[in-house]
Design a protein around this ligand. Structure first.
Ligand code: SF4
Length: 384
């Protein structure tokens, strides 16, 4: 299945596996995840193995492998090892497992390390027990610190943590304290998200639009800028709108998304992007019952398949590439699409540069810090 397409790019070189289970649903969460029913944690990895066999029949090595969720650390390390054993990987492949505090201990982490996992992404979200309770997280800040210590003790030297800002009633000083705690913990990578209240979640009922408890745009922008200031001063590179890394520790897997590398997604609700023509996007069914039916019958369906046209691919190249601090390279754009960036988007780029949302040199086009704050408006300008 892994065959080069016309321009010599592999159809996919990255694998994502979605684990749609969590012990409890967090109050703000709109991801595809539910508490597992009896037997599902045993059954699901078998379905994944079957899907893997159905979708791949190649021995080409992948560059990265990512277990996301949900809570992938609810899987047994032996199950993870079996899945990893089915895939040929480059010797230096990045293999990440998302873990939640309260679901791992030193023994399970050692076993995950032995299974081949070499990077952990730990869902800390906040170091404040009050905020954690408000979010409906199952763990305390103390459990997060213990999990991080256990991760180190188990031998992981590449660890990312997630934090959320703009929580209900959170002040700028409280956010500053969160950042200090994160820096003191000493991870190699930090992902930072502003809270968004998603429709259909308990949070949306508690906090309807314009609730006074929610951060307004100015406070959210201040929080974004404070993170940039404190984390870069502490030696992190702000390499993507929401991501910071110590030198040498950028997420390889996620960087692949922003570079439009092909990836195959396995499991309930997993998305795939194949580098076939200008690109093909599709996903798996978003409920376990339907996914089970398809995998066991051997008839996989591509939900919402979209075969991209050249214009879509060019716009996406910009949306994704501009998320990175180094931005995009106009010569690389021309090589990919056979047309210069200026000839397609020249007037839009000039306008955004005038408004100091983009900065341009001969070899790069990137967002300014203000452009990062207003990234959605910037990206909207590139829709032809
Ligand atoms: S742990 Fe993550 S995926 Fe699971 S319910 Fe909470 S936010 Fe959602």
């Amino acid at each position: 299945m892994l065959v080069p397409h016309a321009q010599g790019v592999p159809i996919f070189n990255r694998l994502y596996i979605h684990i749609p289970f969590c012990i409890e649903k967090c109050r703000y969460c709109a991801f595809v995840s539910t508490p597992p029913e009896a037997g599902e944690l045993l059954e699901y990895p078998e379905l994944l193995l079957r899907e893997l066999q159905l979708r791949t029949s190649h021995n080409e090595p992948v560059d990265s492998f990512y277990f996301g969720g949900g809570t992938p650390s609810l899987l047994q390390p032996e199950q993870v090892a079996r899945l990893l054993g089915e895939i040929t990987k480059r010797p230096d492949a990045e293999i990440t497992l998302e873990a939640n505090p309260g679901t791992v201990d030193l023994s399970s982490l050692r076993a995950f390390r032995s299974s081949g996992i070499n990077r952990i992404s730990l869902g800390i979200q906040s170091f404040d027990d009050g905020f954690l309770r408000g979010l409906g997280r199952i763990h305390s800040a103390g459990q997060s610190r213990q999990a991080f210590a256990d991760i180190r003790e188990a031998g992981f030297d590449n660890v990312s943590i997630d934090l959320i800002h703009s929580l209900p009633n959170q002040s700028l000083d409280q956010w500053r304290l969160e950042l200090h705690h994160a820096i003191a913990l000493g991870p190699e990578h930090i992902s930072i998200y502003g809270l968004t209240v998603e429709e259909g979640t308990p949070f949306a009922l508690t906090y309807p639009p314009n609730s006074p408890e929610l951060a307004d745009e100015d406070l959210s922008a201040d929080m974004f800028e404070l993170a940039d200031e404190l984390l870069t001063a502490a030696g992190f590179e702000h390499y993507e709108i929401a991501n910071y890394a110590r030198p040498g520790f950028r997420s390889q897997h996620n960087s692949g998304y922003w570079h439009r590398d092909g990836y195959l997604g396995l499991g309930v609700a997993a998305h795939s992007f194949l580098r076939d023509g200008y690109g093909v996007r599709f996903s798996n069914p978003d409920n376990l019952e339907e996914y089970r039916r398809e995998v066991t019958s051997g008839e996989l369906v591509r939900v919402g398949e979209q075969r991209m046209m050249r214009d879509d691919a060019m716009a996406e190249y910009l949306f994704l590439g501009l998320r990175l601090s180094e931005g995009i390279s106009p010569p690389a754009f021309e090589q990919e699409f056979g047309q210069s960036l200026a000839s397609v988007y020249g007037s839009v780029i000039d306008e955004l540069v005038r408004f100091e949302l983009l900065t341009q040199t001969e070899s790069s086009l990137s967002l300014t810090r203000r452009g990062m704050l207003l990234s959605n408006q910037v990206f909207g300008k590139f829709l032809l």
